[in-house]
Each structure stands twice: as structure tokens, then as C-alpha cells.
Design a protein around this ligand. Structure first.
Ligand code: G3H
Length: 249
């Protein structure tokens, strides 16, 4: 869909997005820009270095200073494996969430060991989010269904489905509607808050709502940028998404 038709459909549609909205930012200036929009979760990552690559921890500290008097919940991408374990202790206790990638974890024991190692140095106030990759074979990781079940058994309350390859294929392209609906049921059954991300577009977000699939949060980066997810955030695209969040206008 072109940007013009995107804005038109947003402006004229009676439909809206009912989920929480997570937006990933990579710099102080992007953070400042996004704070002008009705974002629920401000997520920090370095999109040019991988699906879940961490931004500089100094940016986390700046966010805490900037949002001392309130604002969206803060989230830090910690990367995968050992990198996440090393960084976990630096996540400020004011952050709401820390996300760890499961690439290379091909058994329940491996993913639970990773969560255990990351959770230990995390402040108690920071909720650990178990990430599942839609393209799990490419990431050499457990499937989203397996991650959800393990997360529930391990005691996590938050999971996020993302894409590992960032090849342009969305989570929907990879999983299809039936599997997304089943993941939704699985999350409900396990009482997990779940977020869907992975090259989501506004069209996909609207289709999720039209189909009334219970997703708690939609995570976005690429569709808000000019020049791909490693490019720059676009006010036009942020406006188009915001216009679909009528309850928060
Ligand atoms: O956590 C959410 C991700 O940053 C989504 O990134 P993406 O929309 O570029 O796949």
C-alpha cells in the first residue's frame, strides 16, 4: 500500500488497533521523536546489527532520565545468548522489560538455562520477555509453540514472536493465520502476555484486528522507517499508525 493510501485508509476508517503498541528506536533522537506519539512500550535496539541487537547501555540511562516523570514503559533488547547474559545486569531497574533472543537454543533445557542466566543479574522489577522466532529453523531455535510452553513452565509471563532473518518476510508470511490464531490460544491457555512483531505492516495490524485475534501487543520497527528497519523513523508512518489508535488520541 502506498503512503497516500495508507494515510487515507487510516483517516477514513472506523476500524482501529486495540493492542498495545511497541516501537523500537535506536538513538536519542529517535526516542525524542517517538515520545510525541501514543506508544505504550519504547523498545531500544540496534536494528543495523541484527534482529535483537542491543543499543548502547548509555542510551538506556538517558531514557530513564528523560522519562523520570512518566511515559511509555521501557524495553531493552539484549541480543542472544552470552551477550544477553553479559548485559542483563546493566538494564536500569526503571525498565519494564528485557528481551533475550533464543537463537541456537534447540532444546527446552538450553532455552531455560539461557533464561535462568539472564534473569539472575536482572533487577527484580524488570520483566524478562522470552522471544520466539517465527523462522525458528533459520535461527536454529525452538519453534514459537515450544518457546511459549517452556516460558509458561519456567514462570515467564511475557513472550514475543519476532523474525530472525529480517529478509522482508513477515511473521504472518512465515506462520500464516491459522498458526497465529493457535499461538494466541496457547498464550491465553498459559496466561501469557504475548506480542507479535516481525516486519509487521499497518495492513497486517488492521487484519489482525478485523479477524479479532487476541494479541496483546504489536511490535514494529521496519514499517515505521524510510529505507528499511535500519533506516530512519518517518513521522508520516508514525502518524499513519497513530491514527489507527483512536482510543489514545
Ligand atoms: O521488537 C520489535 C521489532 O523491533 C520489530 O522490528 P521489525 O518491524 O523491523 O521486524
Amino acid at each position: 500500500m502506498s503512503l497516500t493510501s495508507l494515510s487515507e485508509s487510516a483517516a477514513h476508517s472506523q476500524r482501529g488497533l486495540s493492542q498495545e503498541w511497541l516501537v523500537s528506536v535506536s538513538s536519542e533522537s529517535e526516542m525524542a521523536m517517538v515520545l510525541g506519539y501514543p506508544v505504550d512500550i519504547l523498545d531500544f535496539k540496534d536494528p543495523s546489527s541484527g534482529p535483537l541487537a542491543p543499543s548502547e547501555p548509555s542510551l538506556w540511562g538517558l531514557a530513564v532520565e528523560r522519562l523520570a516523570s512518566g511515559g511509555p514503559a521501557l524495553s531493552a533488547a539484549l541480543g542472544e545468548g552470552g551477550e544477553a547474559v553479559r548485559l542483563a545486569g546493566q538494564v536500569p531497574r526503571e525498565f519494564g522489560f528485557a528481551k533475550v533472543g533464543p537463537s541456537g537454543c534447540q532444546t527446552s533445557m538450553q532455552v531455560c538455562d539461557l533464561w535462568q542466566s539472564v534473569r539472575k543479574p536482572l533487577a527484580d522489577s524488570v520483566k524478562l520477555v522470552g522471544v520466539a522466532y517465527a523462522d525458528s529453523a533459520a535461527a536454529h531455535s525452538l519453534s514459537p509453540e515450544e518457546v511459549f510452553s517452556n516460558a509458561a513452565r519456567f514462570g515467564l509471563r511475557h513472550v514475543l514472536v519476532d523474525t530472525w532473518s529480517k529478509s522482508g518476510q513477515s511473521s504472518l508470511d512465515i506462520l500464516g493465520w491459522d498458526r497465529i490464531r493457535e499461538l494466541s490460544s496457547l498464550a491465553r491457555r498459559h496466561r501469557l502476555w504475548w506480542s507479535l512483531a516481525g516486519s509487521l505492516t499497518l495492513d497486517i495490524a488492521m487484519a489482525i484486528n478485523e479477524r479479532r485475534i487476541p494479541v496483546d501487543c504489536l511490535g514494529v520497527r521496519g514499517d515505521l522507517c524510510e529505507g528499511g528497519r535500519a533506516g530512519t523513523l518517518s513521522e508520516t508512518r508514525l502518524n499513519a499508525w497513530s491514527a489507527m489508535l483512536p482510543s489514545r488520541q
